[in-house]
Design a protein around this ligand. Structure first.
Ligand code: ADP
Ligand code: GN1
Ligand code: MG
Length: 359
């Protein structure tokens, strides 16, 4: 079905003026539909990645409902501070077409903006506070009611053993020869991948309700005030470790270059941005984190950057079947970029740890 036919299946108010594709996500497809008075966001859920869209939507709705109640209690504006979904014309929470495609829709928050990079450390600090607050708000959410929409999502050792190594060994696209250096980069670090998952298993680190995709562009900012408004992109909200959430924000937002910058000379981890984020995040969530968690924050940034690079490299080896790509080498470029960031973090690890101690 084309996007206009999809739109006609939802209870939108007014006449459709235009619709265009939007955003820079690697998994789902996002469209903005302009109805004059109001705009709406329509998203096609990638069912190759999210195999159980019913469970995914249950997770998203229950978290959104929970947040909405807290926002109302605090005198906030639920329609701007969390996602407001629109039902289909036949009253369903989302649309499943006859050929199995899944779409959902919500109100476009006007005067809001998302950023792919932070212009200033102050702005990045605000994103840290927003994700810290998100963590804090969900602290009492019953984690066992959430489905694990992507099993082993941030289980780095599992991904190494069950996805990366098989992809290298199968080498189905004959691409392994062109990335031997990157493959070795991951293998040389294999022994260092276990600290968070081991600590989760032993109970040293608690399982919490986490976002799992804490990129800067998953925060809506108010265009007028510059303050953060809402945490969005809730598809991967699941039980997990808060450490991966902290680390993923650093991976994406404290890098001095885009995730797919080819000129590796431009790719570094900014200690200034690292400090700003840590201050914002710990200012909100610090009191609820354990000492063990705090001790692993700097390491978590290193670990998830390596994990993300390994996932890009795995997808490159598998023939680009998971992440959207714009050109044939895109996933390899992303992997090299992430590994450059990992190397830079290795040089700066003691300073990163010192910053956390001083926060
Ligand atoms: P993806 O999974 O593709 O990253 P997101 O849910 O993050 O999807 O949406 C992609 C982009 O669309 C966001 O970065 C943001 O710019 C915009 N967006 C999403 N939801 C809204 C909303 N409710 N109001 C305004 N903009 C939105
Ligand atoms: C994907 O959909 P998007 O772009 O927000 C991916 C994340 C990665 C990220 C890398 C479900 O997120 O895990 O960290 O790309 N999401 C999924 O940019 O795999
Ligand atoms: Mg997103």
């Amino acid at each position: 079905m084309d996007i206009k036919s999809i739109i006609s299946e939802f209870r939108f108010e007014g006449e459709l003026i235009s619709v265009k594709e939007f955003g820079s996500g690697h998994i789902n497809s996002t469209y903005i539909a302009d109805f004059g008075e109001k705009r709406y966001v329509i998203q096609k859920i990638n069912t190759n990645v999210f195999k159980n869209p019913d469970a995914l939507m249950d997770n998203v709705f229950s978290v959104t409902r929970y947040l909405k109640n807290i926002i109302i209690e605090n005198g906030g504006e639920p329609e701007r501070e969390t996602l407001k979904f629109i039902r289909t014309t036949d009253g369903r929470e989302y649309l499943k077409t006859s050929d199995g495609e899944c779409y959902r829709a919500y109100i476009f928050v006007e005067n809001s903006i998302c950023y792919d990079s932070a212009d200033t450390p102050e702005m990045f600090k605000k994103s840290g506070a927003a994700f810290g607050q998100f963590q804090k708000l969900l602290a009492s959410f019953p984690a066992d009611t959430l489905a694990e929409t992507i099993p082993h999502f941030h289980d780095t050792p599992w991904r190494f053993a069950n996805e990366f190594e098989p992809a290298v060994l199968k080498n189905i696209c004959s691409r392994a020869e062109s990335c031997e250096e990157e493959i070795s980069f991951v293998r040389e670090r294999e022994k260092k991948l276990y600290r968070i998952t081991d600590a989760l298993l032993s109970g040293e680190v608690p399982l919490r309700v986490t976002h799992n995709d804490t990129k800067l562009n998953n925060i809506l900012f108010d265009k007028n005030t510059g303050e953060s408004l809402a945490v969005i992109d809730l598809d991967t909200v699941m039980p997990g470790s808060a450490l991966y959430d902290f680390g993923d924000s650093i991976r994406f937002g404290a890098s001095t270059a885009a995730e797919d910058e080819k000129d590796l000379g431009k790719v570094e981890m900014s200690l200034e941005y690292f400090k700003a984020y840590a201050e914002g995040y710990l200012g909100e969530a610090g009191a609820s984190l354990t000492e063990t968690e705090k001790g692993l924050l700097a390491y978590s940034a290193w670990l998830i950057t390596l994990e993300c690079g390994m996932r890009f490299l795995t997808d490159y080896l598998m023939g680009d079947v998971y992440f959207k790509t714009d050109y044939p080498e895109h996933n390899l470029v992303r992997a090299k970029n992430q590994f450059k960031l990992v190397s830079d973090m290795e040089k700066k690890m003691s300073e990163m740890e010192e910053i956390i101690k001083n926060c």
